[in-house]
Design a protein around this ligand. Structure first.
Ligand code: G6P
Length: 438
């Protein structure tokens, strides 16, 4: 008899965990998990117990024998793991709220993964992921690390550059969300739609669309740019419409996050309006989470509650569970993930992380080479890649000048002077979670 699979989820007390558990339950036949370890930190213990209780009830309700362990001891959990998924938030939602509010004072977008907020989320997260890898090297050297923690692209870049760990994959729900949205617009089942994805995390483009195997890009762009169509988005990003002529000229489908770059002023105005009324996204999510945890506490609840769909992470479990299933079963299907470029996109360094369609094998993702990105998209993608690299270096070294360089070269920051002002205020605000900056 083969041993069952051991999965470890770091940040297991997250409100998203029931998604993941639902995904594992659905795939149990092809993905025979015997142990699921949910790990958190002492500050997250209460949530871990609540969400862990629900996970256990969901598994019992499904009649499966997956053993769920809840622990604050990461090392104990990691021993002999097969897959480690990471979904933690250093500084919790309070830190995200600061990332979103402080830049607004300086007239700059405040966002979880873009601009100054993305930089600071990276500065807080990268040292922790590198610590987790040290534990993995010792305790589960053959495991796959599947990282969901944002900023997922920058984190993957940092792991590739600053550790010797090769079995890392960064994962995001944006591509699957785009595919589901396009299928819905076309009124067809999602498996009839194929998208050639390439770019970076939260900066990915659909370069071509196929319907039933036939090229459909131009027809889809005609539809997308017609008056009454949504431009496609997710719960956490306001659905501002693209200019039709812009999309026709681009002849590619931007992801929802591209609005921060191609509609900076309008998105800033939306953020200001929200900050003054219902609150920033983190503040809204704090309220949503409170309600979710109240639901999760209910002993009679044994399924993922539909209210979780108000979060931006829709299809998160499909992305994570399909990936693990394809590695485990050597499916050789195509999935968009963050992995080492290895020449798949000409204008990105070989050793950098890209988000691109890959063939998923038991030996990991094999990126499908595209040649190069269309010229109109290339510069922005390269600039973000430079930002991610410099930001990762700042996270590892704790060097002030490197952090200032990262902040200044971010396309959402207008000048070195503004960059310095934001940097100084954010370093102070987040100092409890940035020990490397002294
Ligand atoms: C999207 C992104 C995730 C992000 C999430 C935020 O799904 O792809 O990377 O974490 O939105 O959603 P939230 O509900 O926390 O605002």
């Amino acid at each position: 008899m083969t041993k069952g699979i051991k999965i470890v989820t770091i940040g297991g007390g997250s409100s998203y965990t029931p998604e993941l558990v639902e995904g594992f339950i659905k795939r149990y036949e092809s993905l025979p998990i015997s142990e699921l370890w949910l790990v958190d930190i002492p500050e997250g213990e209460e949530k871990l117990n609540i969400v862990g209780g629900l996970a256990k009830r969901m598994i019992q309700e499904a009649g499966l024998s997956i053993k769920v362990h809840l622990t604050l001891d990461r090392r104990k959990a990691l021993k002999d793991a097969d897959f480690v998924t990471t979904q933690f938030r250093v500084g919790l939602l309070e830190a995200r709220a600061k990332d979103e509010r402080i830049p607004l004072k300086y007239g700059v977008i405040g966002q979880e993964t873009n601009g100054p907020g993305g930089l600071f989320k990276g500065l807080r997260t990268i040292p922790v992921i590198l610590e987790i890898i040290k534990d993995m090297e010792e305790l589960c050297p053959d495991a796959w690390l599947i990282n969901f923690t944002n900023p997922a692209g920058m984190v993957t870049e940092a792991v590739l550059r600053y550790s010797n760990w090769k079995k890392v994959i960064g994962l995001c729900n944006v591509p699957v969300g785009m595919k589901m949205g396009i299928a819905e617009q076309l009124g067809v089942e999602a498996d009839r739609v194929h998208i050639d994805f390439a770019g970076l995390n939260h900066m990915i483009y659909g370069l071509d669309i196929y319907l039933d195997g036939e090229l459909f890009t131009d027809q889809y762009i005609d539809k997308l740019t017609s008056e009454d169509e949504s431009s496609g988005t997710m719960q956490n990003i306001v659905d501002l419409k693209w200019q039709p002529e812009f999309i026709k000229a681009l002849r590619a489908i931007p992801c929802p996050y591209h609005r921060y770059y191609y509609k900076t002023e309008e998105m800033f105005a939306e953020e200001m309006k929200a900050a003054e009324t219902e609150g920033t996204r983190a503040e809204v999510v704090q309220k949503l989470e409170k309600d979710l945890f109240e639901l999760y506490k209910d002993e009679s609840l044994a399924i993922k509650p539909p209210q979780l769909e108000k979060r931006g992470g829709a299809y998160y479990s499909d992305a994570a569970c399909n990936l693990i299933d394809s590695i485990y079963n050597d499916r050789k299907d195509i999935q968009p993930v963050n992995t080492i470029n290895n020449g798949a996109i000409d204008s990105i360094p070989n050793e950098s992380a890209v988000e691109i369609n890959c063939v998923i094998t038991k030996d990991g993702p094999k990126p499908i080479a595209i040649g190069d990105l269309p010229v109109a998209t290339r510069g922005l993608v390269q600039q973000i890649k430079s930002f991610e690299r410099v930001a990762a270096e700042a996270a590892v070294t704790g060097d002030y000048e490197t952090a200032l360089l990262a902040m200044t070269i971010n396309p959402l920051v207008p000048s070195d002077t503004v960059a310095k002002a934001i940097l100084d205020e954010m370093l102070e605000a987040h100092k409890a979670h940035l020990p490397q900056f002294g």
